[in-house]
Design a binder for this molecule. Sequence first.
Ligand SMILES: Cc1ncc(COP(=O)(O)O)c(C=O)c1O
Length: 392
Amino acid sequence: MKDSKLTTRIVHADEGQKNEAGALRTPIYQSSTFVFDNVEQGAARFAGEEAGYIYTRLGNPTQKNLEKQMANLEGGDDAIALGSGMAAVSAVVMNLLNCGDHMVASDTLYGCTHSLFDELLPNWGIEVTFVDTSEPENIRAAIKDNTKVIYTETPANPTISITDLEEVVKIAKEKDDITTVVDNTFMTPYLQRPLEMGIDIVIHSATKYLGGHGDTVAGIVVGFEELIGDIKMTTVKDLGGIIAPFDAFLLLRGIKTLAVRVDKICENAMKVAKFLEEHPAVERVYYPGLESHPQHELAKKQMEDFGGIIAFELKGGFEAGKNLLNNVELCTLAVSLGDVDTLIQHPASMTHSVVPQEEREKAGITDGMVRVSVGIEDVDDIIEDLKQGMEQ
Ligand SMILES: Cc1ncc(COP(=O)(O)O)c(C=O)c1O
């Protein structure tokens, strides 16, 4: 199985059939706790001397199958499935950082990741420096004696700027106690595998492409044995942001079609990006598949394809954007991304409204920016809808 091609492992790596009843799909173990044969067995499980389940906050077979599958696809040895992407982000950074530590983070991040880093972490004595990580020298310049983590999102939400992960690994290695963390939500392991490039931890909002159908909120952390084991036994065990068995089942189901969904999404997104780039009402398009993207060459090197998220600015600024969003019919006005249906939203007033305006503008998140998550519909219909929305 380990040697099979990625597309095959996407379908088969969940080991769902290894259950007592021989069910084709992983059963939903909807149970809060697990029965011990005797006191000795319970004590041995708590002591870590005997494998087996104890209590669902500490592990559950449905969750375990999902974790095994994600570890396999990302090329790690272990994973943790959590109740949301933010539960994954917070479990990781609160494990890695203590009072007095410092982190270097991208200045363009999902809005709530930014507010966790900018507002909550400083309350606990953790300092964060935000830099434009698309320029690796900015990361190097921000490193201090107490820097413990470099945190990036690539492509970043919503500006689609790209960070060179090999450079991040090189910079981290210049000091011996830095852990590198990458939010791989926009790419999924099908398009980008940061662990293979030397990154220590990968995070996903599994709510997005991994689930793929807009019906689950979940998060994933993937990495190597010691670090993942430590996160499990600290910020997952004690803060408790675990995934519910039913949501783990929905993700196992969603991941089976990841490759075909993402292939279609990438094909559609390229056509939509080209259409937008040529439309007279559009000022600028941010899509790494376009030659006009400043990091198009890096995107080709680091990613298998360019993904489904496009940001663009209309010549008429915020008012024109509002007009488009209020007039689309097929594209759905909703936050989130990575679903089979095309979703469209306005970052400055929605997903990134928690980021102060000055910081938003510095990171390139303008008031006139619109973000579209391209779906699997017929691309002519998506384009026609955007066209009629812009022209009304
Ligand atoms: C890149 C990225 N990371 C993390 C998150 C947070 O994930 P969740 O909403 O599942 O908590 C999001 C949500 O939009 C996101 O886009």
